[in-house]
Design a binder for this molecule. Structure first.
Ligand code: ATP
Length: 249
């Protein structure tokens, strides 16, 4: 797949490029096998959303930007897919906020963690940034979770007051909410437990959200009295709504 050239005139060009990034990250040892399945689930929802940022998702992204900017100790918690799809953008966001990135993967192995750390560190220096990358040496646990999924770093996830969790597993999302944090979810599935349990959920594709956040963070938007259920309902309404809302042709 890494040898394949994606034709920019293809109507699914962006989607195919994302698939290529996931596939290449898999070859580099950055992903568990189940990563492709998780990506496929996201693709299906993105197709139903018309592969676009819908208005309620842009509002949610603005709310996420507001809460990250206002937080005393924000952190970006990234899994393998988020790193494969939008590592450059998340490094830029972390640099804008002056906060760390913590790699937090569901199936933790030293090889995968090493590949992800190496990838982020290389991009960090390519971009001329100095973002702190955590996750390699966990020294704390997320209360209420068992096994390697609970592992985190004290300076990162454990002590953060606002945490951006793209593509987070539902259990971990619930555990972070129970810790009293602002949990800012990115998930294309408006019915996932993460989307429903998070403080703010952006129902949009992770690389589009990251690009929008880079634009919105410098605007320093105000925090609102966010109604997450209303935003999720709006995404569901969009999915089941008029076909003409979804595709231009
Ligand atoms: P939950 O435990 O929260 O109910 P789940 O078991 O469906 O969710 P996983 O399979 O752990 O979740 O993670 C995949 C989630 O990530 C899916 O909800 C999927 O829609 C979402 N997802 C996959 N790719 C992307 C992407 N590129 N952008 C945004 N969301 C994505």
């Amino acid at each position: 797949m890494s040898e394949e050239v994606v034709d920019p005139s293809h109507p699914r060009y962006q989607s195919l490029m994302m698939r290529k990034r996931i596939s290449e990250a898999g070859v580099k040892g950055m992903l568990a096998d189940s990563a492709l399945i998780a990506h496929g689930r996201g693709e299906a929802f993105d197709y139903l959303l018309g592969e676009q940022t819908i208005p309620s998702a842009l509002e949610a992204t603005r709310e996420v930007a507001a809460r990250l900017v206002a937080a005393k100790k924000p952190v970006l918690s990234l899994n393998g897919n988020a790193i494969a799809l939008a590592a450059r953008e998340f490094l830029t966001i972390a640099s804008q906020l002056g906060c760390p990135i913590e790699i937090n993967i569901f199936y933790r192995t030293p090889q995968r963690m090493g590949a992800l750390l190496a990838h982020l560190k290389l991009l960090n220096s390519d971009l001329g940034l100095d973002v702190e990358i955590l996750g390699g040496i966990p020294d704390a646990k997320i209360p209420g979770l068992e096994g390697p999924r609970a592992a985190c770093q004290k300076d990162g996830i454990l002590e953060a007051d606002a945490i951006l969790v793209p593509l987070e597993d539902g259990d971990r999302c619930e555990a972070l909410v129970a810790m009293g944090k602002d949990v800012l979810v990115i998930d294309l599935n408006p019915l996932s437990r993460s989307a429903r349990r998070g403080t703010v959920a952006v129902v949009d594709e992770v690389s589009r959200v990251a690009t929008n956040l880079i634009q919105l963070i410098p605007e320093k938007p105000e925090i609102t009295n966010w109604d997450n259920d209303k935003a999720l309902q709006s995404a569901l309404d969009h999915i089941v709504g008029d076909m003409s809302d979804k595709f231009e042709s």
